[in-house]
Design a protein. Structure first.
Length: 163
């Protein structure tokens, strides 16, 4: 009888949404947000959609692949682009950014580069088992307000991505 009761409770919770969470889809987010993410992805298929709260704002993030590289965009419910991240190949990163990243991320065996909104680049690496990143201008200077992140903790209230 206990097993039957557990199964019944699981079914009730699932139907009420109490114990089961569902990832959003383009069809389930506000139409302006879906349209903005679709416009950013162009012909690429959006492979992941998520809803996040950052600094008291509800944001929608879409992720897709283009030419084998990751792309992500965050938009508001009204479709305003808040963040754009485009992974770039090392050969496509300005020389001063590569030099500054190598210096800031000393000890990294591999550095991943992401072009951000504006003329900013984020260099990401794992050093001694910890994720590190640094945000740089195209000239290789540290971006205003960038403190190098040298731990796995996220400073953001939801997922660690910064505006």
């Amino acid at each position: 009888m206990t097993l039957l009761r557990c199964l019944l409770m699981t079914c009730v919770l699932a139907s009420c949404g109490g114990a089961v969470t569902h990832e959003p889809t383009l069809d389930s987010i506000p139409p302006p947000a879906a349209a903005a993410l679709t416009a950013q992805a162009g012909a690429a298929a959006i492979i992941n959609v998520s809803r996040e709260m950052e600094h008291g704002r509800e944001l929608y993030e879409g992720a897709w692949m283009e030419d084998g590289l990751e792309r992500e965009a965050k938009v508001t419910a009204t479709g305003e682009l808040v963040e754009l991240e485009i992974q770039v190949r090392e050969v496509d990163v300005p020389g001063p950014v590569r030099v500054a990243a190598a210096k800031s991320l000393e000890g990294a065996t591999t550095i991943k580069y992401v072009k951000l909104k504006g003329e900013l680049y984020e260099a990401e690496a794992v050093i001694n088992g910890k994720e590190r990143d640094v945000t740089l201008t195209a000239s290789g200077a540290p971006a205003a307000g960038d403190g190098e992140d040298d731990d796995d903790d996220d400073d953001d209230e939801s997922d660690g991505d910064q505006d």
